[in-house]
Write a protein that binds this ligand. Structure first.
Ligand SMILES: C[S@@+](CC[C@H](N)C(=O)[O-])C[C@H]1O[C@@H](n2cnc3c(N)ncnc32)[C@H](O)[C@@H]1O
Length: 286
């Protein structure tokens, strides 16, 4: 079959669900990933023919995209901080906002060569832990998650990115401690309230793990309170806590951190102009 015919079929089947440019972009990602063809191939060779096996990959991918599976799950990978990160339905697809949180930490420790101890709480695909370890090899990074299947993906990601991260299965809502003497604690915990579900796209709601995303409307700060408590015991004096947050709850998280004796609390916006991350220091330990 001609590759250009497959492209026409993609548009015929998907243009009702996604904008045309997004369909183009998905088609090119599919041919790059599954067929090893450059995106400009149709401009160079408009009559290029693909094999039956190649057709099958393209049609299998098409049927997943029709069911609104995110392209990252269809490809089985994404990019985070320019690193290849494998993903499947057990892990949240890493978001660009989270890259900004990682960059904040990297900026803060740029000049430091000490062997700092870091823990990433709710690591998912491992994207935060792995990128910190990759870009700052002097860090000793631990990463924890409640989900065993997420940790399996995270371990593979550490392996393919050639970094050493210690992974542990921990339910922070039940754990009394996450260990001591950390210089940095970082987390992007579940923070979307049930009431925000109807603002979200179908492909997120139907595919990404519920437990990675949602908290109850009654207690949306559950994870922040738990992390603040664990961080108060787990951080060294002058240790720093970095959190990704729900854009509507920035002031509430700040207040909560103050109650837990954190100081120098700074709220930052993401590239979209939403309150998205907080840094706080533990100055005095009670
Ligand atoms: C928003 S996702 C963040 C994933 C990844 N760190 C990222 O930024 O893409 C939250 C993660 O917290 C984990 N999680 C949820 N409840 C947890 C708990 N009680 N203890 C530990 N981890 C938990 C989920 O499995 C999920 O991987």
């Amino acid at each position: 079959m001609l590759l250009k015919e497959i492209k026409e079929i993609y548009h015929r089947e998907l243009d009702e669900i996604y904008p045309k440019e997004e369909v183009d972009s998905m088609f090119y990602l599919m041919i790059e990933h599954f067929l090893g063809l450059e995106r400009f191939i149709l401009a160079i060779d408009p009559e290029i023919v693909i094999t039956k096996d190649e057709e099958q990959y393209m049609f299998e991918g098409l049927s997943k995209l029709k069911k609104e599976q995110p392209i990252q799950y269809v490809l089985g990978e994404t990019t985070f901080m320019d690193l290849k990160i494998l993903v499947n339905e057990s892990v949240l697809i890493p978001r660009p906002e989270t890259e900004e949180l990682v960059n904040w930490v990297l900026e803060d420790i740029e000049e430091l060569d000490d062997k700092l101890m870091v823990i990433d709480i709710g690591t998912g695909s491992g994207c935060i832990a792995i990128s910190l370890a990759k870009f700052k090899p002097n860090l000793k990074v631990t990463a924890i998650d409640i989900s065993r299947s997420a940790l399996e993906v995270a371990k593979k990601n550490a392996f393919i990115n050639e970094v050493d991260v210690e992974f542990r299965e921990v339910d922070i809502l039940k754990a009394g401690s996450i260990g001591k003497n950390y210089d940095i604690i970082i987390s992007n915990p579940p923070y979307i309230r049930e009431m925000e579900r109807d603002k979200m796209r179908n492909n997120v709601l139907q595919n990404e793990p519920y437990s990675a995303l949602f908290v109850s409307d009654e207690d949306p700060l559950l994870f922040y309170r738990t992390i603040a408590k664990l961080a108060r015991d787990g951080l060294k004096e002058n240790g720093v806590l970095y959190l990704e947050i729900n854009q509507y709850l920035g002031e509430d998280v700040k207040m909560l951190l103050r109650d837990f004796n954190f100081s120098e609390i700074e709220l930052r916006k993401d590239i979209f102009g939403n309150d998205r991350m907080i840094r706080a220091k533990l100055v005095s330990i009670n």
